[in-house]
Ligand binder design. Structure first.
Ligand code: ADP
Length: 192
């Protein structure tokens, strides 16, 4: 990897698997942006921005925000080279096959380098979400989001495995252990 070229990364994994925390640490490590679609929507909703308020109606119910809305927000960020250079950590996007195809289109000649699937059992993520107590972490929303993870997002594991960019990492270690395993995975990917 040259100095001009950081990893273009996607984090997959259930809600509560630690994508947010680990995504921030990875971004800091590589001096790149951590692009969390959930966080983008929460920020724009609290600032009273229209897309954020539209998204919030879906988020509060644990539903996915419609693809066209999410893709528009992500595409806009990618138009600003500073956001995505030298690389980036995408967290929470793509979450559907349609979004993955749109991401391909956005990235064009420079596809994703590595997709990390942060693997944590469902009972553990449910406990983590209950204890963090975010506004959308109600029992019903937790149940619905995990259901949508299985039907909409989990197929992306195979989608990226077929492209040989997928790495699965055990998300049950300490925060430092998981971070170290992710750095190893990136180093390994770029050593070939
Ligand atoms: P979690 O992974 O715990 O759901 P996020 O912050 O990643 O937390 O996302 C919060 C909510 O934002 C999701 O439940 C969903 O409503 C919405 N959201 C975030 N990213 C996407 C996406 N790529 N597609 C559709 N909806 C999304």
């Amino acid at each position: 990897m040259s100095a001009q070229r950081g990893p273009r990364m996607v984090l997959l994994g259930k809600q509560g698997s630690g994508k947010g925390t680990q995504g921030e640490r990875l971004a800091e490590h590589f001096s790149m942006q951590h692009l969390s679609t959930g966080q983008m929507f929460r920020d724009s909703a609290s600032a009273g921005v229209k897309v954020g308020l539209e998204a919030k109606a879906f988020m509060d119910r644990g539903e996915l925000v419609p693809d066209d809305l999410v893709v528009a927000v992500v595409a806009e960020r990618f138009q600003n080279p500073r956001e995505v250079t030298p690389g980036f950590v995408l967290d929470g996007f793509p979450r559907t096959e349609q979004q993955a195809l749109e991401l391909d289109r956005i990235l064009g000649q420079h596809p994703i380098d590595i997709v990390i699937d942060l693997d944590v059992p469902t009972d553990v993520v449910v406990e983590r979400m209950r204890s963090r107590g975010r506004e959308d972490d109600t029992e019903e929303s937790i149940r619905r989001r995990l259901e949508l993870y299985e039907t909409e997002t989990k197929p992306l594991v195979d989608f990226y495995r077929q492209r040989s960019v997928l790495v699965t990492i055990d998300g049950l270690g300490t925060e430092d252990e998981v971070h170290a395993a992710m750095l190893d995975a990136v180093a390994h990917r770029f050593s070939d």
